[in-house]
Design a protein around this ligand. Structure first.
Ligand code: UDX
Ligand code: ADP
Length: 463
């Protein structure tokens, strides 16, 4: 079966870049990305490519090449569903904030709504692809809805989890380590798998396209994220020990990373991992284990999250303790608010939790991030619901200029590892800060010796 037309529901961090690359590499396939969010779609259609709703290096070039040729962004969801052979579901699946599984299970209401919409609208056979990360066996639920509420047409369900990381999405999509496609073992299931594999084969070598059954594919995505997050928590779990013993975590990471069995990636100590996936997916895994009575497995994975929470709290506490036990009315400047460099995404960023803890101590938090707006920072903090919006606005100020942000501060906290921070005039920053001037480097980004020579009290992670 040759696919001529694709629709993707959800124009977010996953759907937008993924579909842009699929369209770029398959000029013969019409790709329509739809979303209920009108502003988001308008931004995807903006003539000025610097105003795309997502900042991702290289994305503008890909969109420029394909948009209007065979890549379209639209709010006409029904129309796009009906005219396509293959529909990707790429909507958000946040952790549930209510009811059973609150704080742990994935909230599948948006996925279910999509399935119901597809069933209502579709008048010809469709292949429905799960792109969002979903708990194991979600495909079964989707199929149930499609088969029981649809117009009697045939639906084939595939799982095709996305492994791209934000900040390197285009690079990851162009050169994936692998593409994973899960499908049913039936004839029509395997034909659907082949149809999707063919789309990827336009640029991905065939031997890097792995096919499995549906459940293995769904579980592999959760497992991959759980393993990656576990590595970050494992290295972070040693930072406190390094600080107490005089070992240096970066030296330890380097020494163990040269063992080819361990590998050098994902061993960078930090203020704690953030992002929309790690915490959500592990909580999801924990919830699935618990609901099957697998309490030891659940506890094991939950510890990855507990360690991450501890790392954020420890960082905030260290700032307070170093500043003589009080930060009340002191200006503490954050360099970075995004959960990692090269993205404007702030979901689950350590910055939010650390700011919240410092504000509890009545600190004046001043934040600068090259890609995050003041509105976003305020809404991140408000989302925690710790205090009123007006109180948050009193305690958190955002700056467009890093030097202004640091002016008069008692301490600087490096939260995100943006490259530009390394190029700043640190002597000038030092001169304009309150003395003694502290740097809490949550990413071990700056050169400790150089900072100390300027006069800073430099406090890194795990050293
Ligand atoms: C992750 C997975 O990498 C990706 O495959 C999946 O599709 C989605 O989730 P992402 O969340 O975009 O991607 O970013 P990632 O690079 O994995 O970083 C996650 C968090 O871990 C960031 O906050 C990052 O700063 C932190 N991290 C990562 C560390 O603290 N140390 C490291 O060594 C690596
Ligand atoms: P991700 O990081 O998984 O891509 P995002 O939150 O960035 O998540 O994007 C998900 C997008 O899906 C949002 O823009 C949201 O408006 C959209 N969305 C959610 N439900 C629907 C729906 N039923 N129809 C169309 N779009 C939807």
């Amino acid at each position: 079966m040759k696919i001529k037309s694709i629709c993707c529901i959800g124009a977010g961090y996953v759907g937008g870049p993924t579909m842009s690359v699929i369209a770029q590499k398959n000029p013969h396939i019409k790709v329509t990305v739809v979303d209920v969010n009108k502003e988001r779609i308008a931004a995807w259609n903006d003539e000025d490519l610097s105003r795309l709703p997502i900042f991702e290096p290289g994305l503008d070039g890909v969109v420029d090449q394909a948009r209007g040729r065979n890549l379209f962004f639209s709010t006409e969801v029904d129309e796009a569903i009906d005219e396509s052979d293959m529909i990707f579901i790429s909507v958000n699946t946040p952790t549930k904030t209510y009811g059973a599984g609150k704080g742990m299970a994935a909230d599948l209401q948006f996925v279910e709504l999509c399935a119901r919409q597809i069933a209502r609208v579709a008048t010809s056979d469709k292949i429905v692809v799960e792109k969002s990360t979903l708990p194991v066996k979600t495909a079964e639920a989707i199929k149930d809805i499609l088969d029981n509420t649809g117009n009697g047409i045939h639906f084939e369900i595939l799982s095709n989890p996305e492994f791209l990381a934000e900040g390197t999405a285009i690079q990851d999509l162009h050169h994936p380590d692998r593409v994973l496609i899960g499908g049913e073992p039936t004839d029509s299931g395997q034909k659907a798998v082949e149809a999707l594999a063919e789309i990827y084969a336009s640029w991905v070598p065939k031997d890097q396209i792995i096919t499995t059954n549906l459940w293995s594919s769904e579980l592999s995505k959760l497992t991959a994220n759980a393993f990656l997050a576990q590595r970050v928590s494992s290295i972070n779990a040693l930072t406190e020990l390094c600080e107490k013993t005089g070992a240096n975590i970066d030296e330890v990471a380097n020494a163990i990373g040269t063992d080819s069995r361990i590998g050098s990636k994902f061993l960078k100590a930090s203020v704690g991992f953030g992002g929309s996936c790690f915490q959500k997916d592990i909580l999801n895994l924990v919830y699935i284990c618990k609901s099957l009575g697998l309490n030891e497995s659940a506890d094991y994975w939950e510890q990855v999250i507990l360690m991450n929470n501890h790392q954020r709290t420890r960082f905030a506490n260290k700032i307070v303790k170093s500043l003589y036990g009080t930060v009340a009315d002191k200006k503490i400047t954050f360099f970075g608010w995004a959960f990692k460099k090269d993205t404007n995404d702030t979901r689950e960023s350590a910055a939010i939790y650390i700011a919240d803890k410092l504000i509890e101590e009545h600190a004046q938090v001043a934040a600068y991030d090259p890609k995050v707006s003041e509105l976003q920072m305020q809404s991140d903090l408000n989302y925690l619901n710790t205090r009123s919006e007006s109180e948050n606005a009193q305690y958190l100020t955002s700056y467009h200029d890093p030097y202004q942000a640091a002016h008069g501060a008692h301490a600087l906290a490096i939260i995100t590892e943006w490259d530009e921070f390394k190029t700043y005039d640190w002597t000038l920053i030092y001169q304009n800060m309150n003395k003694p001037a502290f740097i809490f480097d949550g990413r071990n980004l700056l050169d400790k010796t150089k900072m100390q020579a300027i006069g800073f009290n430099y406090v890194g992670i795990g050293q």
